[in-house]
Write a protein that binds this ligand. Structure first.
Ligand SMILES: Nc1nc2c(c(=O)[nH]1)N[C@H]1C(S)=C(S)[C@@H](COP(=O)(O)O)O[C@H]1N2
Ligand SMILES: [Mo]
Length: 429
């Protein structure tokens, strides 16, 4: 029986899905080829009557009235900037939709394009009927309504969130930045410090883990070490200024800055304080890395330093030689990005890129490097170093140490090949 699973589950399903995605990629490709890397998405509809020195038609009559859109949506000309979900897979309960990283600027992911990954569909939860139960090794077990949660002092922080199956180690590798690492997004989260909520209940001696459970049909369950719970863990109810989207865990999710996406339990309904981890499916069968010597890396928690060039990147085209800004994103679960180096000569030499402010801990950091493309074939890539001094490895280095018995936690450098005609493709594919 084939169970519908996804990127961070069964590798055979992953490759089947990749195959399906490539079959359905033609239409998306047309959208992506324009509008990127110097192209003009609207060139096809160019009309000289609207170009200087003429007065364009949209200046000759008033525009749409107020109230035509009570919740704003992007310009119709941006309709190609959408989540990356293979068409054939949209009916699956266990699925993922990727952020179109190559189409975005800055470091914040708009809520409508935030990646989504769920194991049993997206529940529709009435916040008035939602409760958070806190029990186990506490002095006073408590049940909170959403109003109770919102009475705690609030805080807001910008953090990235990344699935640990992003990308897997299994070939074929994706064509675009989104295919490769689009299970990654970044938002300003608002909520309450988990520490405050735990203090309200009073932790008992021996409290070492907090087991979090989601209110979806998967009852997603993960054990969180108490140190993280008393540090920067949050119970988040808003993202980018508005309430969480249903896909992100409305009305309440756990947000564990820098920890693998899976531990950030959505639709959070229960926190059980325990002495031991619970060894749930998600921390034994899944999200655990089988090493070449047969031992398993489990409870790895933090996502390691990583970066990718998003422009120019796979699926895009450089229209002509000359000036092109190389731009991308870097991040580390361990803290701030300290530097990003970029190579434009297949890794022979590296130049330090400029980091765009703000450089925040456990958030995406935008980097850029001015580049003159001489029109010859080139391989470009970026390499992140975080504040601990850790340097992002190559795929070969990573495979040499960890093997490929498993497919989580791939933070390898990802090179793009630029052909003489300007076409950009995945150099590892
Ligand atoms: N309750 C619940 N929480 C969950 C999941 C889930 O299926 N159910 N998926 C996890 C996984 S694998 C990831 S990568 C992140 C994805 O968060 P997002 O959908 O907001 O991007 O949520 C995690 N939390
Ligand atoms: Mo995930």
């Amino acid at each position: 029986m084939t169970e519908p699973t996804d990127v961070d589950d069964d590798p055979s399903v992953t490759s089947r899905r990749r195959f399906l995605r490539e079959g359905g990629a033609l239409m998306g490709g047309a959208v992506m080829a324009g509008g990127l890397a110097g192209g003009d998405a609207l060139a096809a509809t160019e009309n000289a009557d609207n170009l200087p020195p003429n007065v364009p038609e949209w200046m000759k009559t008033p525009g749409d009235p107020m109230g035509s859109q009570l919740y704003g949506t992007p310009s119709p000309f941006e309709k190609g900037v959408i989540k990356n979900i293979p068409k054939d897979l949209q009916q699956y309960l266990s699925a993922s939709g990727r952020t179109p990283l190559q189409d975005l600027d800055g470091i914040i992911t708009p809520n409508g394009l935030f990646y989504e990954r769920h194991h049993s569909g997206v529940p529709t939860i009435d916040p008035a009927q939602h409760r958070l139960m806190l029990h186990g090794l506490v002095d006073k077990p408590l049940i909170f309504t959403m109003d109770d949660i919102r009475r705690f002092p609030s805080e807001s922080h910008v953090y990235f969130l990344e699935c640990s199956g992003n990308p897997t180690y299994k070939k074929p590798y994706g064509k675009t930045a989104s295919d490769l690492v689009g299970l990654l997004s970044c938002a300003e989260w608002t909520g309450v410090s988990l520490k405050l909520v735990l203090q309200e209940a009073g932790l008992q001696p021996g409290a070492k883990w907090v087991v979090a459970e989601g209110a979806d049909a998967a009852a997603m369950t993960r054990s969180i070490p108490i140190e993280k719970c008393l540090d920067d863990a949050m119970l988040a109810y808003s993202q980018n200024g508005e309430r969480l989207r249903p896909q992100q865990g409305y009305p309440l999710r756990l947000l564990l800055p820098g920890f693998e996406g899976n531990m950030n339990v959505k639709w959070l309904r229960r926190l059980h304080v325990t002495a031991e981890p619970t060894y749930s499916r998600e921390e034994t069968s899944k999200y655990t890395d089988l090493m070449p010597n047969g031992s398993a890396r489990e409870f790895t928690f933090y996502m390691e330093a990583k970066s990718i060039i998003t422009r120019p990147s796979g699926g895009q085209r450089l229209n002509e030689p000359g000036f092109h800004e190389i731009s991308g994103i870097a991040w580390s679960g361990h803290g701030k990005v300290r530097r990003v180096d970029v190579s434009v000569d297949d890794g022979k030499s590296w130049q330090e890129a400029q980091l765009q402010e703000p450089v925040l801990t456990r958030a995406l950091t935008r980097f850029r490097l001015p580049w003159h493309w001489d029109g010859q074939p080139a391989v470009i890539q970026s390499r992140a170093t975080d504040e601990t001094g850790y340097v992002q490895p190559t795929l070969a280095e990573l495979l040499a140490v960890r093997g490929d018995n498993y497919f989580y936690h791939n933070n390898a450098i990802w090179p793009w090949r630029i052909a003489k005609d300007g076409e950009v493709t995945n150099a590892n594919a």
